[in-house]
Design a protein around this ligand. Structure first.
Ligand code: M6R
Length: 609
């Protein structure tokens, strides 16, 4: 994780870099720093904690003369989040400084060699080792570019890195391997950053760097070279069509709340051009010409994994394709035999998650056809998957993923329908689902304010509980997992998502009066089964909140209260239950005074293992 930015231009670099770091904070926010050349000298300013603390330090300094610089916002991997470990890191002789996102795996071995050569270290980070490795290469290389490339060739692991040196005070070098890095091409100024919003107010022209590429930017030029032999590479610029408006809070208190309320739009945008509600058909252009898969393996992490698990039964039930959802970090270390005709679906909002990316590469090595379901255009997964289907949910800034999951579910449902169209017995089902799906955005828009006010009441009552369960069966089971993940992630309350039928095999022992269960109880074929599980919880005096659309009074069990939702058709109920769960976790975190958009110990994009 971590966010990096580099700037060369005509504006004061430091405020511009700090502003960019604010837009990268979702990638990590436990410490930050900037480095710039002023009066020929390399200056590094760093602070432990939120970016505000770095800003306070900078406000007491004269920094306005520098027009070139690099900056970093950190999510600690090696060494505690202290000022000493914060980036940028200088080489021990102070002749260059770097910022780094990723993990330099063989850093200990390199550190020992460098210590033997007289280099000293003041942090516990792998990054400082890389800075000294470059400095060591400078002793024999003919140019900074050569030293940078030679050092990176020795580094194993993943990185995006940017470097500044007073030897070339108006130049920033940058390189990537398995971590995102994008060039921004402006007029009289150029940028490098981990993500586009960092420089979007200044330019929409971007160049996506690939693994094994090095960039050299000056105020008036940008060049890309191969890391291997430093040969210049031809790269094209791409114009970004979305703007900063889409990445601002727009009057909401938090990005998370804004993004929850954007779900009706995200679902509509995701269906646009794919679902035809007049002729009741679905056509996903990206899948045209592709045979229906013999088997599907859906691989993802966190919330994206829950979306995959949710879709598993739809792909089986509607399209008749055997499907299995897997956690990427588990898949990558099992030697999974992939069958001929098996297609691997890789689901990732960011398109940069390290485990998911590794799973994609393994699936490709094993000869499987891969389909990426991504939200971020130009992301690594989007570029490496054989086929990519974009969720079109718009930028998701909050660390807690919300609208991206609704969009992933929409795409996956449409894929199931796309592959079900030749199944004649399912034509009527397709018509009913599409009719219902067309109404989901409007239905959601109507109920979101009421859901928020109910969620806020429930949060005030239950936020001080010792722990809580989220229970569901069938299609509601992945949603239960997601409800629990969100509560843990945002309010730090222990929450478990469980298959309602599994409760009696152990977890029910936790039930007592201050251990509530939130139960997902749509009016489906599993209603009675789940209801029986509620009886078991009620008998042990556990408070129950049933999210249901069945009848006005809900399951009519003593001690069970009802959170009534409008009824949708079959699997579509999930689109109404999901925001209820998201809003509950949001309100619980807000009630407890937690940092909703930047929960502790987390980062938006998990680009490390
Ligand atoms: O960008 P991705 O969808 O690959 O991210 C996967 C998870 O890191 C992510 O969904 C995470 O679980 C969220 N913070 C949950 O809200």
């Amino acid at each position: 994780m971590c966010g990096i930015i580099g700037y060369c231009g005509h504006r004061p670099a430091v405020p511009l870099i700090v502003e960019g770091l604010h837009r990268l904070e979702y990638r990590g926010y436990d410490s930050s720093g900037v480095c710039f050349v002023q009066n020929g000298e390399l200056k590094v300013v760093r602070a432990e904690g939120k970016l505000k603390l770095l800003e306070d330090k900078l406000a007491r300094m004269e920094v306005s003369l520098a027009t070139t610089g690099i900056g970093h916002t950190r999510w600690a991997t090696h060494g505690a989040p202290t000022e000493d470990n914060a980036h940028p890191h200088r080489s021990s002789e102070g002749d260059l400084a770097i910022v780094h996102n990723g993990i330099f795996e063989n850093y200990l071995e390199c550190k020992r060699d460098l210590q033997d050569k007289g280099f000293s270290f003041s942090s516990q980070t792998d990054t400082e080792v890389l800075a000294n490795l470059i400095a060591d290469e400078c002793r024999s290389a003919a140019s900074l570019l050569e030293a940078f490339a030679n050092a990176l060739k020795k580094a194993r692991g993943s990185y995006s890195v940017a470097m500044l040196s007073p030897r070339e005070p108006n130049v920033v070098y940058a390189a990537r391997h398995s971590c995102p890095l994008i060039l921004g091409v402006g007029a009289g100024e150029n940028f490098v950053a981990s993500d586009i919003p960092a420089f979007l107010p200044y330019t929409r022209e971007v160049v996506f760097l690939e693994d094994g590429e090095i960039a050299r930017i000056t105020p008036t030029s940008w060049e890309v070279f191969s890391l291997l032999d430093r040969a210049p590479l031809e790269k094209k610029t791409t114009r970004i069509e979305w703007d900063m408006q889409a990445a601002q809070k727009g009057g909401y208190k938090h990005f998370m709340l804004k993004e929850i309320f954007e779900q009706p739009q995200s679902i509509s945008d995701c269906m646009s051009g794919r679902a035809d509600f007049v002729n009741f058909s679905v056509n996903i252009a990206e899948l045209e010409g592709m045979e229906k898969p013999a088997r599907l393996r859906l691989i993802a992490c966190g919330t994206s994994y829950h979306a995959g698990l949710w879709a598993q039964s739809l792909l089986e039930g509607l399209a008749g394709i055997p499907a299995v959802a897997e956690i990427a970090s588990e898949f990558r270390y099992r030697n999974v035999p992939l069958e001929p005709g098996e297609v691997v679906l890789i689901i990732s909002q960011s398109g940069e998650t390290a485990d998911t990316m590794a799973a994609l590469r393994i699936a490709k090595e094993k000869g499987a056809k891969t389909i990426g379901i991504c939200n971020v255009v130009g992301s690594s997964i989007a570029r490496e998957a054989d086929t990519v289907i974009f969720t079109q949910a718009g930028p998701e800034i909050s660390v807690a993923s919300t609208k991206a999951m609704a969009a992933q579910m929409t795409v996956l449902l449409l894929m199931a329908l796309h592959w079900s169209k030749d199944e004649h017995p399912r034509r009527e089902e397709l018509r009913r689902i599409l009719t219902g799906l067309a109404d989901i955005p409007a239905a959601l828009r109507d109920i979101l304010p009421a859901l928020q006010s109910e969620a806020s009441k429930l949060a005030a009552r239950f936020a001080s509980c010792r722990g809580m369960f989220f229970l569901g069966r069938g299609q509601s089971y992945p949603l239960a997992l997601e409800g629990a993940l969100k509560v843990k992630e945002l309010s730090y309350i222990h929450a478990e998502g469980y298959a309602a039928g599994e409760m009696k095999h152990g977890p029910i022992a936790l039930i007592e009066p201050d251990f509530p269960s939130f139960v997902l109880l749509p009016n489906d074929g599993l209603y009675d089964k789940t209801r029986s599980n509620l009886e078991e919880v009620a008998a042990r005096k556990g408070p129950i909140v049933a999210l249901t659309c069945a009848g006005k009074s809900g399951p009519d069990i003593k001690g069970c209260e009802t959170w009534l939702l409008p009824e949708a058709y079959g699997p579509l109920n999930s689109f109404l239950m999901l925001p209820a769960l998201q809003l509950f976790s949001y309100e619980a975190a807000a009630f407890l005074g937690k940092d909703v958009d930047q929960p502790r110990n987390l980062a938006k994009s998990v680009t490390v293992e």
